[in-house]
Design a protein around this ligand. Structure first.
Ligand SMILES: Nc1nc2c(ncn2[C@@H]2O[C@H](COP(=O)(O)OP(=O)(O)OP(=O)(O)O)[C@@H](O)[C@H]2O)c(=O)[nH]1
Ligand SMILES: [Mg+2]
Length: 487
């Protein structure tokens, strides 16, 4: 098409649009004028109806466009890198045994080439009963009386097509005071090739969260509505529909089963006596068997890469938490070391009554050491600036620090017996403890030397006269003082 023709077409299109715009505006004005001539009761009615209509339209629009939580796939860590991090952690004295076992178990199961399926879900939804139905031959391994599962147990079983698989029975989640057991359950679920999530009704918000957590790790999931015998056909259909809605793009399949379990009832005998009878319900789990066959169709080998990713992602997260813990402990040790030095420095140099001034050399060294611990590169000038800012913060907070120190002298008589200058020595313990903790917290959170953030934290800590903290600082001061005296 020639350039001229295109320009002509564009001009016509603009003209048509303008004409439409004018026509609409004219129509709107005419309508508004007519609206103004209407009696006021009609204006109100019409206005009300129009606002209702607009509100309805807007809510539909919101419903269509509302932000939905996107599933974020977990980062896939590199095995070698992970092992390196673990050995570094080990060298720094943290306990990496569990994570090492996790990797060893990952390898062991890979070489075993059996499909692992974990049954997961809230307490008393019937996981153990379902296992007994799925693996009747292994029934003796399980506690015949049922009851709450407290640890992970494995059972061998076979799919309808004869393929062997291992079922893992895990403790139920959301048990009161069952945090440790819930962690065990979650970790076992991540180790499995697929997870059967058992529920006994529609899902609570926390159950959906739990399912989402598993799906984020890439676990194939079958959602099982157990105790189907408790509902009639219509109720069951409605429940399944609701579950499908709740787990859209989370669960691979939603099925309803009846794992069985036992029922107790009273029976009237001919002679008038009543008898208590316990009877095993007949399990009905065909849909689950079918779903399991489908979900495991690619076999242990086919499912292994996803399983490996989930375990590695979990080890990566746990190693991260351990690194944070180890760093925090190390930071604590550094802060204590400098607080002690500050106390000793104060004893040597400060005349009672003189102003509080941060010992610049100590503060600089503390800043460098903490930055190095958090692997945050800091330049000479940055450190100097930071120390200068800390001095300013302290100048405005001096009176508070001295007041706290004064109170500590009264609260811990041991301090008073040490002699002159101890008020300042304690004040310096408080100052360096605050400076160190403020900086460590800021470095950890911001991943940078953020002066303003650290100064805010320092201000808060200088004024924090909590009992436990003061006792700790009093002990530190007394110890440092006595150590100097004994030399
Ligand atoms: N009505 C009915 N009850 C069932 C069914 N399956 C299990 N139950 C009952 O549900 C209760 C809990 O069963 P368990 O198998 O111990 O549940 P669990 O999920 O293993 O429980 P925890 O190990 O504590 O997490 C028992 O009283 C079972 O008899 C079922 O299909 N129908
Ligand atoms: Mg159980």
């Amino acid at each position: 098409m020639s350039r001229r023709l295109r320009l002509l077409l564009a001009a016509i299109a603009i003209a048509v649009l303008l004409w439409l715009l004018f026509a609409t505006a004219e129509r709107a004005l005419a309508l508004a004028q007519r609206f103004l001539t209407l009696p006021s009761w009609l204006q109100w009615t019409l206005g009300g109806a129009l606002s209702l209509f607009a509100a309805f339209g807007l809510s539909v629009l919101w419903w269509l466009l509302r932000p939905r939580r996107k599933r974020v796939a977990k980062p896939v860590p590199d095995r070698q890198e992970l092992e390196q991090r673990l050995s570094q952690l080990h060298e720094r004295g943290s306990d990496t045994e569990q994570l090492g076992h996790e990797l060893a178990e990952l390898d062991r199961r890979r070489s075993e080439q059996r499909i692992y399926i974990a049954l997961f879900g809230e307490i008393s939804t019937g996981k153990s009963t379902l296992i007994r139905a799925l693996a009747p031959q292994a029934v003796t391994l399980s506690d015949a009386r049922g009851g709450t599962t407290r640890e992970v147990r494995h059972f061998d079983s076979q799919l309808a097509d004869g393929r062997p698989f291992v079922l893992a029975d895990v403790p139920g989640s959301h048990e009161s005071a069952g945090d440790a057991r819930e962690t065990i359950a979650r970790q076992e679920a991540l180790r499995a090739h697929a997870v059967v999530y058992v529920c006994a009704g529609d899902l609570t918000r926390s159950q959906v969260e739990e399912l989402r957590w598993l799906a984020d790790f890439g676990k194939p999931l079958v959602l099982v509505l157990n105790k189907a015998d408790q509902w009639n056909v219509d109720e069951l259909e409605a429940l399944q529909q609701k579950l499908r809605q709740q787990t859209q793009d989370i669960a691979t399949a939603v099925v309803a089963v009846s794992a069985g379990g036992s029922e107790r009832f009273q029976r009237q005998l001919d002679n008038g006596d009543t008898e208590h009878v316990e009877r095993q319900r007949k399990p009905s789990i065909k849909p689950l068997l079918k779903a399991l066959s489908r979900i495991t169709a690619s076999g242990a080998d086919g499912l292994e890469p996803m399983r490996e990713q989930a375990v590695l992602a979990s080890v990566h997260e746990r190693a991260g938490a351990l690194e944070m813990q180890t760093r925090a402990a190390e930071a604590e040790r550094i802060v204590r070391k400098y607080s002690r030095r500050a106390v000793i420095g104060a004893m040597a140099a400060v005349a009672p009554g003189s102003d509080l001034v941060i010992q610049a050399a100590l503060a600089t060294a503390l800043t460098r050491e903490l930055a190095k611990l958090y692997e945050i590169p800091v330049g000479e000038v940055q450190v100097e600036d930071f120390v200068r800012q800390a001095k300013l913060t302290l100048r405005t907070g001096s009176s508070i620090v001295l007041a706290i120190a004064g109170n500590a002298m009264k609260a811990f008589p041991g301090l008073g017996t040490l002699g002159g200058g101890v008020l300042h020595a304690f004040a310096y313990a408080l100052i360096f403890d605050s400076l160190g903790h403020a900086l460590a917290a800021s470095l950890a959170e911001r991943q940078a030397l953020d002066q303003d953030d650290a100064a805010e934290r320092l201000k808060a800590l200088l004024a924090d006269a909590g009992g436990a903290r003061l006792r700790q600082l009093a002990t530190l001061t007394i110890d440092a003082w006595r150590e100097r005296d004994s030399k």
